[in-house]
Ligand binder design. Structure first.
Ligand code: 4NP
Length: 169
């Protein structure tokens, strides 16, 4: 088995609500499961570049023992296809936007709806909580369940962790 860590990028629109929570959750769960995973996050927009996560996202994660306050938002870029093996998007808009930037089939194969591990036939979107304070906790729970499903898959099939590792050199 290859011991390279899986490199995971979480993607949403602003990179201040969903994907920073997803980054923190995935990193913590991977550690709990004893898997070596590198995790980062980015947004399909540059609207909040350089900003801290939304205070509601920070508070929600903190309630669950996860500190995401150190993250700074950044836009997704094509170079991320080279730097990551799995690109987990939160919703269909993100899926469309990231897939549009894929340069080839190898890039496209790295892109998944985050919830795909929970409901492969019909992956649902993680809703944008920006306009609804009450959505932060359920969004956290949804991201946590989906992240756990991916990690359980990888524990059952460790080879999956490296299937998307291609060199573009
Ligand atoms: P996120 O949430 O994509 O989960 O980070 C949003 C944050 C900001 C905006 C939209 C969604 N916005 O319109 O500025």
């Amino acid at each position: 088995m290859n011991n390279e860590p899986a490199r995971v990028l979480m993607v949403c629109l602003g990179n201040i609500c969903r994907s920073p929570m997803a980054e923190g959750i995935f990193r913590k769960l991977a550690k709990d499961y004893g898997l070596t995973v590198e995790v980062d996050s980015a947004g399909t927009s540059d609207w909040h570049a350089g900003e801290m996560p939304d205070r509601r996202a920070i508070a929600t994660a903190r309630r669950h023992g996860i500190d995401i306050s150190g993250h700074r938002a950044r836009p997704f870029s094509r170079a991320d296809f080279d730097r990551f093996d799995f690109i987990f998007v939160m919703d269909r808009d993100n899926l469309h936007e990231v897939t549009r930037q894929a340069r080839n089939e190898a890039d496209r194969k790295k892109v998944f709806m985050l919830t795909e591990a929970l409901s492969p036939q019909r992956p649902v979107s993680v809703p944008d909580p920006w306009f609804d304070d009450a959505l932060f906790e359920p969004v956290f729970q949804q991201i946590q369940a989906a992240s756990e499903a991916w990690l359980k898959k990888w524990i059952a099939h460790p080879e999956m962790m490296n299937t998307n590792r291609y060199s573009h050199d």
